[in-house]
Design a protein around this ligand. Structure first.
Ligand code: ZN
Length: 239
């Protein structure tokens, strides 16, 4: 990108989300772009997605397998290499030490240059949307895992015993921030984002007009940036 940051040198990206489909709704255009450039993208999904339906015919235990299959199909569309499922119960995720340890383990194992995660500070957007508590919990634990846990040798010493050495993540891209400072141009990958979202049939199959809403949001995020479609982030470059 040549913007003075370290973005040109990145090789590995980790996307931490609460639910299967979160990455596709929020950052799939960026993921597709980086995967296309040859970067290795790994997803870490904190919950099992088991509560993602209000249909009394759809049982949570069945939904877990359905959503895994959908997530894997979406990942194939985008070029995501690997998916780690932490398996916490959907709907009641907490930013616990156990979650922080699990995310620290994955960061030390995959050694990403960049971590993408949700913004844990946002309770609501505008006057019509409450942020899901699982998103806040995932973002909270992810940021604490990045700093200080992943880079500090003697935090979670049990991970050393697993052979996992400290790892410094270089940049964090927080999505869903109300004060973004970085815009990724996704004009070339918006259609891949839509195609990946289509794989989440259990989540979008019954929705009307979602494609146009996704395009509209990407247009809104691009406003003033000289781009047709964008995904915006709060980018933090760590020392
Ligand atoms: Zn979600």
């Amino acid at each position: 990108m040549g913007d003075g940051g370290v973005i040109d040198e990145i090789e590995r990206v980790m996307v931490i989300t609460a639910h299967p489909d979160d990455a596709e709704f929020t950052v799939a255009g960026t993921v597709a772009r980086w995967a296309r450039e040859g970067k290795t993208v790994t997803y870490v999904i904190c919950t099992d997605g088991s509560r993602g339906s209000n249909d009394p015919q759809v049982k949570p235990e069945h939904l877990v397998a359905i959503r895994k299959a959908e997530q894997e199909a979406a990942a194939r569309v985008l070029g995501v290499k690997e998916i780690v499922y932490l398996g916490y119960e959907d709907g009641t995720l907490q930013p616990s030490l156990a979650l922080r340890r699990d995310l620290t383990r994955e960061i030390r194992r995959y050694r990403p240059d960049i971590v993408i995660c949700p913004d844990p500070t946002v309770r609501y957007y505008g006057d019509g949307y409450l942020n899901h508590p699982d998103h806040r919990a995932a973002g909270d634990a992810a940021l604490d895992a990045v700093f200080p846990s992943a880079r500090t040798r003697y935090i979670f010493p049990e991970l050393l015993a697993e052979g996992l050495e400290p790892h410094p993540v270089r940049e964090v891209y927080i999505r869903g921030s109300t004060s973004p400072n970085f815009w990724m141009d996704i004009s070339d990958t918006i259609e891949l984002k839509i195609a990946a979202l289509k794989q989440h049939e259990s989540q979008v199959g019954h929705l009307q007009g979602w494609e146009e809403r996704v395009r509209g949001r990407a247009r809104d995020e691009a406003m003033g940036q000289g781009m047709a479609y964008a995904e915006s982030f709060k980018r933090i470059v760590l020392g």
